[in-house]
Design a protein around this ligand. Structure first.
Ligand code: PLP
Length: 369
C-alpha cells in the first residue's frame, strides 16, 4: 500500500480549490505587462493609504510573534460593530474561520447543509472533516433569478445529524442575496443545537433597505456565527485576515481549534488601520456601484444575460462559448473566472474593475463576440 492510499478517504477525494489566474503568471506566459485581473473579487482601488502605512511600520519587527489575541484589532472591531471583544474570532482570511467552524462541529456521521451554487469552501471544509454535504436546490429569491439560496429547501434537509448550515449573503458566485425577514425567520426555525453560519464577505458593498444587520441578532441566537473579511472592500486579500462574530461561548470553542498565530502581525496592523478609513470604504462602494451599473448596461445592450448581483462581481452567461471567451480574454490580457466547477459551465464571473479596466474588458469582449 502506498503512502497516498493510507490518507483519509475524504482527503483523497477532495478537489483542490481553483483560484483565479495570477496576473504574473499570465504576463509570464504571454510576455506582456499590462494584464488585468477581474477574477477574484479584489478591490480595484487597492487598499487604504492608512493600511499601507501601518503595514510598513509593522514590518519593522518581524522577529516578534504576533499578538495571538489580536487585542488592538478586536478593540477597534468592537467599537465599530457594537459587540464584545469576547465575541470575535480572527482568522487567516474568513475561510480560516469557516474551517474552524467545520472542525468544531463536523465529522463522519454528521451533516452540513448549504445551497447549490453556494461558495465552494463550504463543500471543501465539510468533506475535509469527513462529514456529509446536503445540498439544497437553488431557486429565485428577491424576484432575481434561479440561482439564489432557497431557505425552505434548506430547512427541509435538517435532521438529527445536521450540525452546521452555511449561508452566503450575498452569495459568491451568484451575487444573489437574502432579505432580513426571510433569513431571520429561517434561523428562528433552526434547532439551537445547529450552528448557522452567515457568510458576509460582501457585507460592506450591499446598500439595500431589506439587507439584514445580523449582528443585531446575536443576543437572540447563541448558534449564530457571522463571518466577514478584510479581503474584499478593504482590499487586503493578500494579507489574509477575516473574522467571525458569535456568542462568547462559541468564540471560546473556536479559540481551542485555532492555530495560535493564525493572524500575522502585518495583517493585524493593516486591518486595524483600514477600519479608520471610512472614506476609502465609501469611495470603494461608489466605484463598485458605478462599475456594476456600467457592466449591466453593456451586457443589456448586447442582449447578454447575467445574474443580477449585489456584490462586486457579475456572473454572465456566455453559453456554450464561455470557455472560448475565457481563453480569448486571456489572450488579450484580461483574466476573468470560469465557474464550471460550480456546475455553471455557461457562465463567467467578472469582478467589477475601475473605469479603465472595464473599458479594456469591453474592448476585448467587443473583438471576441
Ligand atoms: C471571498 C469570499 C470569502 C473571503 O475569503 P477570505 O478567506 O476572507 O479571503 C468568504 N466567503 C465568500 C462567499 C467569498 O466570496
Amino acid at each position: 500500500m502506498s503512502i497516498i492510499d493510507s490518507a483519509l478517504v475524504q482527503i483523497r477525494q477532495l478537489h483542490p480549490y481553483s483560484p483565479g489566474k495570477p496576473i504574473e503568471e499570465l504576463e509570464r506566459e504571454l510576455g506582456i505587462n499590462n494584464a488585468i485581473k477581474l477574477a477574484s473579487n479584489e478591490n480595484p482601488l487597492g487598499c487604504s493609504p492608512l493600511a499601507r502605512a501601518a503595514l510598513e511600520k509593522a514590518g519593522e519587527h518581524n522577529e516578534l510573534y504576533p499578538d495571538a489575541n489580536a487585542y488592538y484589532l478586536k478593540q477597534k472591531l468592537c467599537q465599530k460593530l457594537g459587540i464584545g471583544d469576547n465575541q470575535i474570532t480572527i482568522g487567516n482570511g474568513s475561510n480560516d474561520v469557516l474551517d474552524l467552524v467545520a472542525r468544531s462541529f463536523l465529522d463522519a456521521g454528521t451533516e452540513a447543509i448549504f445551497s447549490q451554487y453556494a461558495f465552494m469552501v463550504y463543500a471543501m471544509v465539510t468533506q475535509a472533516c469527513g462529514a456529509t454535504a446536503r445540498v439544497a436546490p437553488a431557486s429565485a429569491n428577491n424576484g432575481d433569478s434561479s440561482y439564489g439560496h432557497d431557505l425552505d429547501a434548506m430547512a427541509d434537509l435538517i435532521n438529527d445529524r445536521t450540525r452546521v448550515i452555511f449561508i452566503a449573503n450575498p452569495n459568491n458566485p451568484t451575487g444573489t442575496w437574502l432579505r432580513g425577514d426571510d433569513l431571520r425567520a429561517f434561523i428562528e426555525a433552526v434547532p439551537e443545537s445547529i450552528a448557522v453560519v452567515v457568510d458576509e464577505a460582501y457585507f460592506e458593498y450591499v446598500d439595500l433597505a431589506q439587507y439584514p444587520d445580523t449582528l443585531q441578532w446575536l443576543d437572540r441566537f447563541d448558534n449564530l456565527v457571522v463571518t466577514r473579511t478584510f479581503s474584499k472592500i478593504y482590499g487586503l486579500a493578500g494579507l489574509r485576515v477575516g473574522y467571525s462574530v458569535s456568542s462568547p461561548e462559541l468564540c471560546e470553542l473556536f479559540n481551542r481549534v485555532r492555530q495560535p498565530f493564525n493572524g500575522n502581525s502585518l495583517a493585524l496592523a493593516a486591518a486595524q488601520a483600514a477600519l479608520d478609513d471610512d472614506e476609502f470604504v465609501e469611495r470603494s462602494r461608489q466605484c463598485n456601484s458605478q462599475g456594476l451599473l456600467s457592466m449591466q448596461h453593456w451586457f443589456d445592450r448586447r442582449g447578454i444575460e447575467y445574474i443580477p448581483s449585489v456584490g462586486n462581481f457579475l456572473t454572465v452567461r456566455f453559453g456554450d462559448n464561455s470557455s472560448q471567451v475565457y481563453q480569448d480574454l486571456l489572450q488579450r490580457g484580461v483574466i476573468v473566472r470560469p465557474v464550471a466547477n460550480y456546475d455553471m459551465p455557461e457562465f463567467l464571473r467578472i469582478s467589477v474593475g475601475t473605469e479603465d479596466q472595464l473599458q479594456q474588458l469591453y474592448r476585448s469582449l467587443g473583438e471576441i463576440l
